[in-house]
Write a protein that binds this ligand. Sequence first.
Ligand code: ZN
Length: 466
Amino acid sequence: MMANHMALTRNLNFVPADRTSRKPLSKSTDGSEPGSSAPRRGLRGYLLNSPRPGKVTAHQDGAIVWDGSGLITYAGSWQERPRARTISWEDWRSRLITPGFVDVHCHLPQYPAVAQGGLELLPWLQRYIFPLEKHFTPERATREASRFFAELKRNGITSAAVYVTACPESTEVCFQAARRSKLRIAMGQMMMDVNSYLARDSRALTRRVLEEGERLCRRWHGAARGRIRYAFSPRFALTCSSELMRATGELARATGAFIQTHLAENPAELVAVRKSFPKAIDYTHVYEQHGLLGPQTIVGHAIYLSDREYAALRETGTKVAHCPTANLFLRSGVMDWSRMRSEGVAIGLGSDVGAGPELNPWQVMKGASYSHKLRVVLTGTGSEPSLADLFRVATVGGAEILWPERKLGQIAPGFEADLVVWDVDRVDAFEEPLTERTDAELVLSKLVFRGALARAIRTYVGGEAV
Ligand SMILES: [Zn+2]
């Protein structure tokens, strides 16, 4: 049955979902002020959720209600919904509703370079990325940053950890666009004082990079009512001096900001790091000895690790951004999922655009599923993640890394209403309505493997349509 959405809306005297306000919820329909705990906004639709690791659930005819502070007060079946007259309902039947996705690793200025290459990491950086980032002027940032955040929303991403470039003015422009987007964004200026594309190596450059980072952090960390965080972003060991890394670790600890960087992505990179840091035991030790690891640190990739390195990540509480599509695209390799899991290292999912060809989280999950299946077949060891595992990591998993003190990533009472409404009409073969199916695992499978055809049509952050 292909539901006539607007007809249903009229028949039930609902607020037409397509015409509800996109403005902040400054005043509710029951007259309560923002922050009021009175039930206020409700959605009716097909709910897909991960209530616990390894589990995915569906409510075919579901309802979500949140209060004036954006906290979900009810999530369950439409039949058992609260009946308060103060709730303003939106009818999204025939649409799918998921928690907002969290992309824990992406590069804003690299977005125009997606799907361009055929090279491995180091030559790809030199050929495509450094020239692109070098010319990411504030004017260009003004043109592209808002479009990038709109692309995150269009792909169902409500929260992301983002790298910019070595230019502080362009980074400032990106932060202003992040604030306007109302998304939850952790972001930072790319830190490079060795082989930088902007200036020659010098002690003065090191000092300047640190000062610029500190200034941006003081200005933006905790801004937009806590929706923006600063992430000190030393690019990777090959573009950072010891002095820069050590001082960055101190800055992050002093401010409570994040650190994000890249680790053990490509074999040629490993060789170069060994040459540049001959006293380090291994790649992870380079960061460890400079005080960069810890619970507020996210390392991208982490493909080629020794037993000692897994232990170091676990013991320091360092988080990993798993970027399967980028790792396939640059022929980097495949992270050892089951090892990372058995070590108890927290994993989030990252698109890593521009090394990853797209932001779409369903496509990133598909890349993960395919690459881990193949890894298990070829190595005869480990096990692949279930689709429920991947969905969990792409929502709650990422949220626990970026916003550990908040409750995000689930459709459940007490969680903040970061939600995405999807048009999934084209996902199933012959356009059978996906929302007619009751098997949550099957629906998730269709979405993971055919999710390029799903379209995010409405995004909420903290209960606010953005
Ligand atoms: Zn990256």
